[in-house]
Design a protein around this ligand. Sequence first.
Ligand code: SF4
Length: 317
Amino acid sequence: MSILSLMDVKKFFPTAQGVVRAVDGVSFDIGKGETLGLVGESGSGKSTVAYTVIGSHAPTSGSISFEGEDIGLQASKRPLSIKKRLQIVFQDPGTSLNSARTIRQTLEVPLKVHGNGMSRQQRLERVVGLLDLIQLPPAYMHKTPGMLSGGEKQMVGIARALATGPSFVILDEPTSALDVSVQAKIITMLMDFQRRFELSYLFITHDLSLMRNVASRVAIMYLGKLCEVAGTSEFFRNPLHPYTQLLLSSIPVLSDEEERLKPGQVISRGEIPSPVNIPSGCSFHLRCHRKMEICEHKDPEMVDTDQGHRVRCHLYP
Ligand code: SF4
């Protein structure tokens, strides 16, 4: 059973240059305890999906349901019970924490809002428990973010998201601003918390290689639309969409088996176009190494090729 379900969600932004179709008809489900890796280049719309799910803005159209409830509303109109169960970890821990607050004050904010009248002592004990969870000593509660390393700040961001006991957490590029050694620690921690607390994750990233060991399923996004969705092992074993093949051909591999599964070198043609000037037909056709005549004027439909392996491309009618 899915815990989060998006059905044909669109989010458009009017600008002086024209309408930005940031998210244009995105549908997916995420099950309990599952991680969906949502992967795309800058400008693909993946972060807009995250901010629409968390309620920073309402969708232009389409529906979003969470634990069976319609949440297609801005966060300000959502009930507290939803906000408590649906949390986010932001990309930049430097800006997502209030620099004037101590770590204790930061972790107490969600407890005051969602803690059902927790006493001061109960909140203090919970703050100590959250610090223990992220392997930081209790004395850290008296520090401010400026006294912490980037990795420690992100761990506090994770603790803040977990403070309310959520069932679902959006991870918006949680490690991309961190050193590689710290990234591994944060990922291990997130996977451990997922098992212990039965969390579901929507993991937003531009790093496809990271998804191999983290995601249950992978979804690729390009110019506001999903172009391929598959279970992780099927995705890496049998990538279908030319854009996925382009992305996979350029990621580093660690083993002979990964090298064997990797698509042959695909040459990238140009950059992702502006979202205010999306090409006609298949939006990837200007960069596609397998473009056909039909691709220039007909946008392909998403089709299910095999047991949940979905792809949007005229090569798979
Ligand atoms: Fe390439 Fe055509 Fe498929 Fe688009 S629809 S990805 S242009 S082959």
